[in-house]
Ligand binder design. Sequence first.
Ligand code: PEP
Ligand code: MN
Length: 365
Amino acid sequence: MEQLATKAQSVWKKLQEKKPVIISGPCSAETELQVLETVIRLAKTGKVDMIRAGIWKPRTKPGNFEGVGAEGLPWLEKAREITGLPFAVEVATARHVEESLAHGVDILWIGARTTVNPFSIQEVADALKGVDIPVLVKNPINPDLDLWIGGIERMQKAGLTQLGVIHRGFSNYGNTEFRNAPMWHLPIELKRRLPELPIICDPSHICGKRDGLLEISQKAIDLDYDGLMLESHIDPDKAWSDAKQQVTPEALAELLDKIVWRHESTHKQEFLNALAAFREQINQIDDEVLTLLGNRMKVSEKIGLYKKENNITILQTNRWNEILEKSVAKGEKLGLTKDFILKLLDAVHLESINRQNRVMNRHEI
Ligand code: PEP
Ligand code: MN
């Protein structure tokens, strides 16, 4: 048992040292045989650090397979005994926590549907008081960074010190490219605010299908994530949950082989010098862009005053359309995407309206 605890600690250490940790296993534990075969085949690849398997499954609609429950925990213990691989399960209630701890689970994760509900995540945090086990908090289903951070804070307040996060994308309406849109700016901002927390990407729940798993995994590694959680199944098409997004252990190994693993930094002087020179260029350009934007806003204020004198509305839709058309055409010629130009112009236009509003409606006391 002590050896097993050490194994989990070494995975945690690897996470903290920012070496990519690979967590894989089925979406759901289905039968003892399925769990054992998956884990043995994953262990054989030599590329997996930890096993995952859903025991209690939060499904969107009733009537679907909702997990085997605590009955599946001994299967995971057996798989760990055979392969030496530690395992992680999802917990959503105090009872899940109790049962998982009773079976010596190495790492717990909180699912997206639990992070979204402060009562639920608080219940889990309370059940974990006094237990120092690593916990990974998935993002909530909706793109609310504060709610995600709030979930982490609830764990911290319960005294947990080995915390990390899992980015699994955000729910969206309609048929889009992803099952859950990655919205990379949210995890990037989370990393900025909480730089100490290891961050793992879950491409399986982002993609919802096998296509794109490699692309999303590579993007996460390029963004300096600390690990990946990818679902795998011995017979993916027959999986009892999330069949479309699972891959066989062997396909997982192939996928991992295709990833180009990056380092956060290097000591190579030549690279560092070149990077410093490019960064200096970027700093100067940013400086010029900001100065120009400042000047542009001053002109907006002058226009505001002029409109005020003549009682003219701030918003001039024709003029706004003209700017959009002209700028998109010019931007595209410069290699900028239409999406980026529109977002940028939108922000500039809004700021400009605010500035005009301020000068036009200033009431001198
Ligand atoms: C899962 O990991 O199988 C799962 C239910 O994920 P999420 O909480 O991201 O939907
Ligand atoms: Mn799943």
